[in-house]
Every structure is written in structure tokens, then in C-alpha cells.
Write a protein that binds this ligand. Structure first.
Ligand code: PCA
Length: 217
């Protein structure tokens, strides 16, 4: 008997005064979609230190995915940001949706300083560019709930060989950009197609390509 393998994609609830979070809008559009013989399960995470990881860990246990990509909003960024590294720090500039504002606390007490994404981020960037979609490798996922989830994800999977995981930040949607004059934006449908392509590349690229995509700052 063959069982269909699962891809877990997560987006976030709205936060920071926004009405929507395009990460969930883009990810939820892929729920149930089949990609290279796998089936997508989409889940929404609360923008809360602690609770976000409880929901994520429950979803990991329930769906037993072979690939996990968590997606979050990074308003102000102009491209899809394929995050390279999660760091063991919570340092919140603004309170989360539960009013919590940790400052310089570890995500996991005694955990390593950082975890690297296990997604083929260079190959993903290349494929997105070929498809005409703006994407960059990002050297920081920040120190707010997205980095918290990214770090917690990689920590939860640290002993699970064969499960690849990482994080992608996305720009404002055009609707959001109407209230952030001058900010770059990317249509939710475009983000959805980009995520679908990113998943396809992750499933088809066993080891990442060697290609410069670093930054000086
Ligand atoms: N972006 C925030 C948290 C939720 C989201 O979509 C972040 O970048 O940390």
C-alpha cells in the first residue's frame, strides 16, 4: 500500500494592526493541492510566542510531513525572502497578539545558537527567478514570532532525517500597501504560485546548488 506523503505549509494570523495576513491567504489557497505526488496541508498559526509553536508541533505530529515550509509576512521587503537561518533569540519590538513582549530570551533554553534551513534555498531562488518571480536569500528572519517559529520548527525536527524544513517571508499584499505608502507589494496569487514552485523545487532538489546569493549587510 502506498500512502500519499504530506507537505505542511503554515501561514500566520493578522498582527501589528493589519486586517489580514497574506501569508495565510497565500498558503490556505494551496490546502489539498497535490504537488509531485504529495498533498498539501495548510495550517494557520497564532502570532504569539509559545502558542505558535504548540500549534505547529501538534500539526507536525498529526500530519507527519516530509516537507515543512512556514510562511510569514515581512512588510517592507520587496521580494520573497528565502530565510537561511533561525536564531535562538526572542526580542520583540512590538507585543504579540497576546500582549507578550519577550526581550532577549532564548526560544529554547540551552538550544544551539542557530539552525540553518534545510530547504534548497539557492535552487529555489534560481527557479523563482527563471519563472519571473522576485526572490532573495535572506540572512535574517528577525527576532519576532516568525524567527521563533522557524527556530522551534528546526529544533523539533533536529533528529528527523529526511524531513526538510524552512521559512519564507513575503512582502505586503497590494491591499495592505494602500495603507503603507511607497512600500513594495506582491499579489497574493503571485505568492501562492511562487510557494507552489518553491515546494516543487524542494521536492525535486536533493542537494542545493552552489551559487552565490549572499550579502554584505
Ligand atoms: N510576521 C511576523 C510574525 C507573523 C508574521 O506574519 C514576523 O516576521 O515575525
Amino acid at each position: 500500500m502506498t500512502t500519499t506523503r504530506t507537505i505542511l505549509l503554515t501561514g500566520f494570523q493578522a498582527f501589528g494592526g493589519e486586517q489580514v495576513n497574506p501569508s495565510w491567504q497565500a498558503v490556505s489557497a494551496l490546502h489539498g493541492v497535490r504537488i509531485v505526488g504529495h498533498r498539501v496541508v495548510a495550517r494557520e498559526l497564532p502570532v504569539a510566542f509559545g502558542d505558535s509553536l504548540k500549534v505547529l508541533r501538534a500539526a507536525l505530529k498529526e500530519t507527519q510531513p516530509t516537507l515543512v515550509i512556514c510562511v510569514g509576512q515581512a512588510g517592507g521587503r520587496a521580494q520573497l525572502s528565502l530565510e537561511r537561518v533561525a536564531i535562538n533569540v526572542d526580542d520583540a519590538r512590538i507585543p504579540d497578539n497576546l500582549g507578550q513582549q519577550p526581550v532577549d530570551l532564548p526560544v529554547v533554553q540551552g538550544g544551539p545558537a542557530a539552525y540553518f534551513s534545510t530547504l534548497p534555498i539557492k535552487a529555489m531562488r534560481e527557479a523563482l527567478h527563471v519563472a519571473g518571480l522576485p526572490a532573495e536569500v535572506s540572512q535574517t528572519a528577525g527576532t519576532y514570532v516568525c524567527n521563533h517559529v522557524f527556530y522551534g520548527l528546526m529544533h523539533a525536527l533536529r533528529n528527523r532525517r529526511g524531513v526538510r524544513a524552512g521559512f519564507i517571508h513575503i512582502p505586503y499584499s497590494p491591499a495592505q500597501a494602500t495603507t503603507h505608502a511607497g512600500s513594495p507589494s506582491l499579489a497574493v496569487e503571485t505568492v501562492t504560485s511562487a510557494l507552489k514552485l518553491a515546494v516543487r523545487v524542494a521536492l525535486k532538489t536533493p542537494s542545493d546548488v552552489r551559487m552565490a546569493a549572499g550579502a554584505e549587510h
